[in-house]
Design a protein around this ligand. Structure first.
Ligand SMILES: [Zn+2]
Length: 288
């Protein structure tokens, strides 16, 4: 693996706190040297990923997941270009829960996801215009808003996605994304034990600085940044803590049986970042 940083393009990567992880101090960016094929990646995101592996039950948590999307959609609405019609395209749309909300705001919404199982659900059960596959292999897709929720950290080449979006987005269009912030206080205190550090699904770890750099490099002006809190079902929290991290499925099963995991809680750990960029128009670019 080369020592070239995906963000600044310089030969700056040095070993980080954990084996297999590399760090660029110029960008405050952590990446991994995992050599994973497209086929292997594809196999990670089957139905079991959303039901039992990374999530306990994504479909059952639909209401909660949508509640978490409302704030992101509001932020986008505040910055929309004043023209019509407006199209939104989501990369990593999973079961289509965000697209279902966005339908009320946009004239057309569509999306793509690498998970065939998720796309089948989004198309058949949600009636959405969605495709299974990799956005990088897709013919040019014009849209006014591109979004990626907790997706960029999963991509093998995140910088190529931002570049392709920049080439295809309409003038003054918006890019909106969320991911963990490795520069946050929580992440810095927890270091290699931060809950977002998670192979083989999370391949890159961005800071606010790294995201801003990546967007600016691709002709986006950063117009909004915030740190959203999340509603989580206790079920989801217990599942990640007890089953994924500590392999204590029997405690989890016990808590499920007594019914306590049906409750939900709101928490803000201030380590998830939402960033919104606006594509600079040709006149802006000429003026630097
Ligand atoms: Zn760098």
């Amino acid at each position: 693996m080369s020592s070239r940083c995906n963000i600044c393009g310089k030969e700056t990567l040095k070993p980080w706190k954990k084996k297999g992880f590399l760090y660029c101090s110029e960008c405050n960016f952590v990446t991994t040297d995992l050599d994973i094929s497209d086929e292997e990646l594809q196999r990670l995101y089957t139905a079991t990923y959303f039901q039992g592996e990374e999530y306990s039950n994504y479909v059952e948590d639909k209401k909660l997941i949508q509640r978490n999307f409302v704030g992101n959609l509001e932020r986008i609405k505040n910055r929309l270009p004043s023209r019509a019609p407006l199209n939104l395209f989501e990369i990593g749309c999973a079961y289509g829960f965000f697209l279902e909300l966005a339908k009320d705001v946009f004239d057309h919404v569509s999306g793509i996801d690498i998970s065939h199982d998720a796309i089948k659900f989004a198309r058949e059960k949600m009636g959405l215009d969605v495709t299974a596959g990799d956005y990088l292999n897709m013919p040019p897709k014009q849209a006014d808003v591109f979004c990626m929720w907790d997706t960029i950290e999963h991509l093998k080449h995140p910088e190529m996605y931002i570049k392709k979006i920049s080439a295809e987005i309409t003038d003054g269009g918006l890019i909106a994304l969320t991911t963990g912030d490795i520069g946050s206080l929580t992440a810095r205190i927890q270091g290699a034990n931060w809950r977002q550090i998670h192979l083989p699904t999370h391949l890159h770890y961005f800071s606010r600085q790294a995201l801003e750099k990546l967007l600016k490099k691709n002709d986006f002006e950063v117009v909004d940044v915030f740190y959203p809190g999340l509603y989580r079902s206790l079920d989801m929290v217990a599942y990640i803590l007890l089953v994924v991290h500590h392999n204590q499925k029997w405690i989890y099963n016990f808590l499920t049986r007594i019914g306590i995991l049906r409750l939900s809680i709101y928490a803000n750990t201030l380590d998830l970042i939402f960033i919104l960029g606006r594509k600079r128009t040709i006149s802006h670019l000429k003026n630097g």
